[in-house]
Design a protein around this ligand. Structure first.
Ligand SMILES: Nc1nc2c(ncn2[C@@H]2O[C@H](COP(=O)(O)OP(=O)(O)OP(=O)(O)O)[C@@H](O)[C@H]2O)c(=O)[nH]1
Ligand SMILES: [Mg+2]
Length: 629
């Protein structure tokens, strides 16, 4: 037996710990600290929506497996993510028993709410440890909790932790080592939870608090002060708008220097390869296929990272639920709940986590509508397409001495997506009918400074996702596209560049028939096809198509000036409009199918987005032409 197999076997027998608790109490931060994992941690409820498993070895050398779970207010689940938690803890998951130990994580600054869940879980009869987390914040605020008394009252081990500090998990590790071997446990049936009424549980919580805690009501005055401005009915929305606006400005202005650097490096690399390799198929694959294609996408890394820098800061400081609160009325106007805000915001990264985050929405109709409009939020894969076309067609100048015109156009495109989403939601809500809007129940967490380590990890993870995508999916698509664009080659006496006669050229020219009315030429049509697999590939594909379409031995010049000289402004605007709606990428459609459980919703989504995209591009193209663009 190899070493890895032995370890795997030992891990297989290791006791399973489940981290359970209310949303936003620090379970994932603790999970990461224990296991060294890098699961997402952020300051709002509903960050974790899946069961994640990890493992670690305690200082005494004991092996443990550990589960991070979605937060839950109670075990009588109301949302799909809470169901996951309930099923795991109650041992209802297929092929999986109840955990050997439940570590109930509670937010020490919000014990009143958190203890209810603790009492509920206790009734399942599983071995338990209570982890009093965020004691740093509680102490600062003057909240005093007597951990020993709490342990006596609850008849379980209570430890204090600070999940965001190095070593903040030590007391938990110590307690785990002191436990001794855990007997195999079976959870009592869930019905045991309902044996005690909610009122009795509340009474018990009050009784315990009176014994163990002092100054429980110490409020977070700093957050209250900030909120009096941030949630102000007039000032609040203004701050939100300015914030969003500044972000898009920064995406353009800050990214310029690093983008130039990457572009320069890619160009130089292409030049070197071209110089040192004999002309032929391999050189064409490297220069026109891989360097022009993949390099064309790589250039957008800085812009993506800048966008995520802001999103991560806002996520970690606790602003997001406030934004949801501010937008609740606006979203309520179209029948969406403020709860949809966070799934929709996640969709700016990619629609897939957004669609999945809709699990935190209780009402099935609200959830469906949120899923259906999630892809209208501009995902980061569309940013390269926007950025390319904007850089080529929109002059880089100041408007009213204040705004950068390119940033302004980008801002408009993002908003076009948001407004259309609201329109579609309104329409769907009307056709689906259903109950009137439910009040938004959303916890507003305390503000805190973003954790720099988290921020760095978050950005690094983003960069890794992007680079992996570029190095795998995009690279392989580019190679396929290059092959399709290079063969079978031009016939004798050809008047067009060889790509025109290639398989890709044939596809492009075939599709041009459909897309000519919205101003797309055959080169764009070719790029649309691999764009279905990953939208940013459209940019790489244009890079390859134009590099191959160049005549003679010209060194492939940068893509932006090339399209600027060959497309009309109307075509450029039409392509931007197309990508506001960009008929779904295939990965998103399959997640929609999985999350809704129906193929028809995926088809409906593809259909409605295609219709919207075509209509928007048609109108944009023809209006722009009328205006002389
Ligand atoms: N000051 C302080 N902040 C903490 C502590 N533990 C977690 N946090 C912060 O609290 C927020 C929530 O942490 P998460 O680990 O995402 O919480 P969670 O319980 O996994 O939340 P859900 O997945 O939404 O249920 C983050 O902003 C953390 O940085 C702690 O002990 N002290
Ligand atoms: Mg979590």
């Amino acid at each position: 037996m190899g070493v890895t197999e032995k370890v795997a076997q030992a891990v297989g027998r290791a006791p399973m710990i489940a981290l359970l608790g209310n949303p936003n109490c620090g379970k994932t931060a603790l999970f990461n600290r224990l296991t060294g994992a890098r699961q997402k941690v952020a300051n709002y409820a509903g960050v974790t929506i899946e069961r994640k498993e990890g493992q670690f070895v305690s200082p005494a050398g004991n092996q443990f497996r550990v589960l991070d779970l979605p937060g839950a207010y109670s075990l009588s689940a109301h949302t799909p993510d809470e169901e996951i938690t309930r099923d795991v803890v109650a041992g209802l998951r297929a092929g999986e028993g109840a955990p050997d130990l439940v570590v109930c994580v509670v937010d020490a600054t919000n014990l009143r709410l958190n203890l209810r869940l603790v009492l509920e879980v206790q009734r399942l009869g599983l071995p338990m440890i209570l982890c009093l987390n965020m004691v740093d914040v509680a102490k600062k605020r003057g909240i005093e909790i007597d951990a020993d008394k709490l342990a006596q009252e609850l008849r379980m081990t209570v430890v204090e932790t600070v999940a965001v500090q190095g070593g903040g998990e030590k007391s938990l590790l110590r307690a785990l080592d002191e436990l001794g071997p855990l007997a195999p446990a079976a959870a009592r049936p869930l019905a045991a939870i309902d044996a005690v009424s909610v009122e009795d549980t509340q009474r018990e919580v009050r009784r315990i608090l009176a014994v163990v805690a002092k100054n429980m009501h110490a409020t977070d005055t700093r957050s209250e002060k900030i909120d009096s401005v941030v949630l102000h009915p007039v000032v609040g929305p203004a701050i939100l708008a300015v914030l969003m606006f500044l972000i898009f400005q920064a995406v353009f202005s800050w990214a310029e220097a690093p983008m130039d650097m990457i572009e320069g490096a890619v160009g130089a690399f292409g030049g070197i390869v071209k110089e040192h390799m004999a002309d032929g198929v391999l050189r064409s694959l490297l220069v026109e296929g891989i360097i022009a294609g993949v390099g064309g996408v790589l250039v957008f890394l800085p812009q993506i990272l800048i966008l995520f820098f802001f999103i991560l800061v806002l996520e970690d400081c606790g602003y997001l639920p406030r934004a949801a609160f501010l937008l609740d009325r606006l979203m309520g106007g179209v029948g969406l709940s403020g709860r949809a805000f966070i799934p929709l915001l996640s969709s700016f990264a990619c629609a897939i986590p957004g669609v999945m985050a809709a699990r935190t929405i209780q009402n099935p109709r609200d959830r469906l509508v949120t899923i259906m409009i999630a892809p209208l939020m501009t995902c980061s894969a569309r940013l390269p397409v926007y950025a390319l076309v904007i850089a080529a067609f929109i002059p880089d100048r100041q408007v009213w001495g204040l705004f950068n015109l390119q940033g302004l156009v980008l801002f408009t495109l993002y908003f076009a997506g948001i407004f259309s989403a609201m329109g579609v939601a309104w329409f769907m809500k009307r056709s689906l009918g259903g109950k009137r809007k439910q009040p938004l129940m959303l916890e507003l967490p305390s503000y805190h400074w973003p954790n720099l380590r988290n921020l760095a990890i978050g950005l690094w993870e983003r960069a890794k996702i992007f680079l992996t995508r570029v190095g795998t999916l995009i690279l392989s698509l580019m190679v396929i596209l290059w092959a399709l664009s290079s063969f079978p080659g031009a016939p004798e006496g050809a008047t067009h560049p060889p790509i025109w006669y290639s398989f890709a050229g044939m596809i492009g020219r075939g599709l041009e028939f459909v897309f000519a009315p919205i101003g797309f030429n055959w080169q764009i049509c070719i790029a649309l096809v691999p764009g279905l697999a990953a939208r940013e590939v459209a940019v790489g594909a244009l890079g390859t198509v134009y590099a191959l379409a160049q005549s003679g031995d010209d060194v492939a010049s940068a893509l932006a000036p090339m399209i600027a000289s060959t497309w009309s402004m109307a075509t450029a605007l039409s392509l931007l409009a197309w990508y506001v709606f960009a008929p779904q990428c295939i990965a998103t459609l399959s997640v929609v199918r999985r999350e809704t459980g129906h193929t028809r919703y995926a088809l409906l989504m593809a259909g409605y987005m295609f219709t919207l995209a075509y209509t928007a591009s048609f109108l944009t193209y023809h209006i722009a032409r009328l205006l002389g663009a």
